[in-house]
Design a binder for this molecule. Structure first.
Ligand code: PHE
Length: 341
């Protein structure tokens, strides 16, 4: 039986055949298993002789099957290696290099510029509640500014719970920061914002960067210097001119909209000089009510804040005239503006 089984194992040309032999010999009804069962009925003397022989047979068959399996696996692998060759001489397809999207690039630049001025980066949720997005910012329920924001609301939640919405600006991060850390505070908060609005210069999702400084004795002068330093660094020009226009935001008083001057060179707007003006951000001194809403004493702490469209900044810096392709993911557009290889 031993020679017969070993020969059968050696003759197996594949794993299926080998398994069949294994079942034949070692399976429940197998020949070797059958022999093992006879041991029980033997006399002790007989068992002493037959036991080692039968167990030896089982071990020999088991080992032979294992060896054969290794050999078959190896043959199988060799065959696959021989079959699945790669022609290394074929010319390769061009591998497109990835690149950083202009918006991400501008966000990185902003973080870098403001880091030099001692600002940390703060973040907040894009899904906000109406208290952080409006109420704490001195925009009460009935305030017309709520309607002006074209807010995306989530379906009505339970009575008494805060209404959830997609934040319409990064200003709620002001509130979250003031609630979470003690002054002095110096942060910027870049991120996505949402308004139900769409044309060449508005997309339903867009990006803003918020700036917030809270300390003792902060004045409009600090705000103006900070914005001037920031915009000169961002546009990499010393001749950037700012114009502060009195304006209104519920959460700042006084408020100012900030324009940068441009000149026309070869029919294109170039930042620098003051032939014309373009609005780039909203700003002002943080309203005492906002400071109080965050549990701080407005008599002790003052500050300034600003909010700026990042996409708008990128358009100005890189000479793009339509905002929508920013979010189309068209690689030809990225290439055209030098953002992809
Ligand atoms: N949150 C305002 C907006 O989105 C901008 C702003 C921020 C104005 C901070 C003043 C201070 O229009």
């Amino acid at each position: 039986l031993r020679d017969h089984l070993l020969a059968a194992i050696a003759a197996c040309a594949g794993l299926d055949a080998l398994d069949a032999v294994r079942v034949q010999a070692l399976g429940k009804q197998g020949t070797v298993t059958g022999l093992l069962k006879t041991l029980g009925a033997m006399s002790p003397e007989e068992r002493q002789v037959q036991g080692p022989r039968i167990h030896g047979l089982r071990e020999a068959v088991t080992a032979a099957i294992a060896d054969r399996k290794v050999a078959l696996d190896r043959a199988d692998l060799d065959a696959r290696l021989a079959r699945e060759t790669l022609d290394m001489t074929l010319p390769a397809d061009g591998v497109g290099m990835g690149s950083i999207h202009p918006v991400s690039q501008v966000m990185d630049e902003l973080a870098e510029i403001f880091a030099d001025l001692g600002f940390a980066v703060a973040t907040g949720p894009e899904i906000e509640d109406d208290w952080h997005n409006f109420t704490a910012l001195n925009i009460p329920e009935s305030h017309p500014a709520r309607a002006m924001h074209d807010t995306f609301y989530f379906p009505e939640s339970a009575e008494g719970e805060r209404k959830m919405l997609l934040r319409t600006h990064t200003s709620p991060v002001q509130i979250r920061t003031m609630l979470a850390q003690k002054p002095p505070i110096r942060i910027i908060a870049p991120g996505r914002t949402y308004r139900s609005d769409s044309d060449a210069t508005h997309t339903p999702m867009f990006h803003q960067v918020e700036g917030l400084v809270i300390d003792r004795g902060i004045t409009l002068g600090h705000l103006k210097w900070t914005l001037e330093t920031f915009l000169k660094a961002f546009f990499e020009r010393d001749d950037v001119v700012l114009r502060l226009r009195p304006s209104y935001f519920p959460f700042t008083e006084p408020s100012a909209e900030v324009d940068v001057g441009y000149t026309i060179e070869k029919g294109k707007r170039v930042i620098g000089g003051s032939d014309g003006w373009m609005e780039v951000l909203g700003s002002g001194m943080v309203h005492p009510k906002v400071i109080a809403a965050c549990g701080l004493d407005p008599d002790e702490w003052q500050g300034f804040a600003f909010g700026c469209g990042i996409d708008r900044l990128a358009m100005l810096k890189y000479g793009m005239d339509d905002l929508r392709p920013f979010f189309d993911g068209d690689i030809r557009w990225l290439k055209h503006y030098g953002f992809a290889a």
